[in-house]
Design a protein around this ligand. Structure first.
Ligand code: 6PG
Length: 470
């Protein structure tokens, strides 16, 4: 008998099954196509892996209550699979959806399955193929009793942070796990875009070649910018195309794809009213990148500023400061959204725990997350990461470099949407008074939407043009 079953042997499913088996749990695996299962067990023979070739066979070989991890593409495939496996399950069995499902789909499935007494966890899994094999960051949510039934397996397979804590925590009921993963991906988009902007500026304006840039990202990764995404950027910049001998990154088509999780973060942030402009500008930068043919035509029609001689070393330090600030803002926006979701959806995770389980294993792991974890640990009600004393000072020290970087981009016509959005968020957040008074006046002017006053309570309406009768 097996402790857990894995359905879906794509790379993530395969690597998670191998990870589970290596940790000493017996795992039964199943894939829709028989050949994939056969090839998998031939390539990775392990006495703890049991191949099965029908769902009936799989469910018959699981200890009761059953624990089943679904590793299929988010969307209709998850519903189709649940419909197939549901008749084979019994009350008390646990289904874990390990894909990037939308949290509202997860909540709907939880309700549907609850009528049969089947418990469903929605679990975000981050870390890509390597993380799945060596230790991912896991973000489970759903019925607590279901989490407790799978916790030993999850804790064994998760990445470990430097303090030895496994990168998994019960994040609360409903779709909390998939919600946290959604926000993780929004932050992922923002960090990637911020790095791309620093790279682009230093390349186009700084005139640095890829080897020099790789060395810079390597150096940055050794200090305050230490993070998975900065690290892999340095690796990417070192890779040469074997055919042409050119840097491979130069041959990659500049059209970014996406599967939708970053977009969901922005959509949900709009729904619940939390500003996440850096994340949204990163999503939109991908959309703009997709307009390749249009951009190529426009580049011939729309002139940019006249090129100027490349900047010196100073620009590198400024770009470093700007990237750090962008990263802080990306986490700040994601955390602010996670905080609002606790009120909006009743999620119960602690932000310190979310930061803790993101410290290793996942795509957005970064040294900075330890500062964020400590900040929320010391002040659980901290309204925004920007206000954490250590980060507040770090941003204050870097803001001149941050501003200079953006100015350089604007000056030279290098688009830096995430940097611009991040800096505007910072400046907006630290403004005691914004020009929203004028917006309120305009709304009241044309729509009698009323306004509040700074000097007394109540709502007011003014006939702003008493001379014009409407
Ligand atoms: C992770 C990633 C992963 C995601 C890819 C692709 O945490 O391991 O978030 O789950 O699917 O990064 O995402 P896009 O196709 O949307 O860029």
């Amino acid at each position: 008998m097996a402790s857990i079953g894995v359905i879906g042997l794509g790379v993530m499913g395969q690597n998670l099954a191998r990870n589970i088996a290596r940790r000493g749990f017996r795992v039964a695996v199943y894939n829709r196509t028989r050949e994939k299962t056969e090839t998998f067990v031939q390539q990775h023979p392990d006495p703890n892996i049991l191949a099965t070739y029908a769902l009936e066979e799989l469910t018959a070989h699981l200890e009761r209550p059953r624990r089943l991890l679904l590793m299929v593409k988010a969307g209709a495939a998850v519903d189709a699979l649940i419909a197939q496996v549901r008749p084979l399950l019994e009350p008390g069995d646990v289904l874990i959806d390990g894909g990037n499902s939308h949290f509202t789909d997860t909540e709907r499935r939880q309700r549907e399955l609850a009528s049969d007494g089947i418990l469903m966890l929605g679990m975000g899994i981050s870390g890509g193929e390597e993380g799945a094999l060596r230790g991912p960051s896991l973000m489970p949510g759903g019925p607590k009793e279901a989490y407790e039934m799978v916790a030993p397996v999850l804790e064994a397979i998760a990445a470990r942070a430097h303090d030895g804590r496994p990168c998994v925590a019960y994040l609360g009921p409903g779709g909390a796990g998939h919600y946290v993963k959604m926000v993780h991906n929004g932050i992922e988009y923002a960090l990637m875009q911020g790095i791309a902007e620093a790279y682009d500026l230093l390349r186009q304006v700084g005139g640095l070649d890829v080897d020099h840039l790789a060395a810079i990202f390597e150096e940055w990764n050794r200090a305050e910018l230490a993070s998975f995404l900065v690290e892999i950027t340095a690796h990417i910049l070192r890779v040469q195309d074997p055919q042409t001998g050119r840097p491979l990154v130069d041959l990659v088509l500049d059209r970014a794809h996406q599967k939708g999780t970053g977009k969901w973060t922005s959509q949900n942030a709009l729904d619940v009213g939390v500003p996440v402009p850096t994340i949204t500008s990163a999503v939109e930068a991908r959309y703009l990148s997709a307009l390749k043919e249009e951009r190529v035509r426009a580049s011939a029609a729309l002139p940019g500023p006249a090129p100027e001689p490349p900047g010196g070393l100073h620009m590198i330090d400024q770009a470093r400061a700007a990237l750090f600030a962008n990263m802080v803002v990306a986490y700040a926006q994601g955390m602010a959204l996670l905080r609002r979701a606790t009120a909006e959806y009743g999620y119960t995770y602690r932000l310190a725990d979310v930061a803790a389980i993101w410290r290793a294993g996942c795509i957005i792991r970064a040294a900075l997350l330890e500062d964020i974890r400590q900040a929320f640990d010391q002040a659980p009600e901290l309204p925004n990461v920007l206000l954490a004393p250590v980060l507040r000072h770090a941003l204050a020290e870097r803001q001149q470099g941050w501003r200079a970087t953006l100015i350089a981009g604007v000056h030279h016509g290098v688009p830096m949407p995430a940097t611009a959005a991040a800096l505007a968020y910072y400046d907006g957040y630290r403004s005691a008074r914004l020009p929203a008074n004028l917006i309120q006046a305009q709304r009241d002017y044309f729509g009698a939407h009323t306004y509040e006053r700074v000097d007394r309570p109540g709502t007011f309406h003014t006939t702003w043009r008493p001379d014009v009768t409407m």
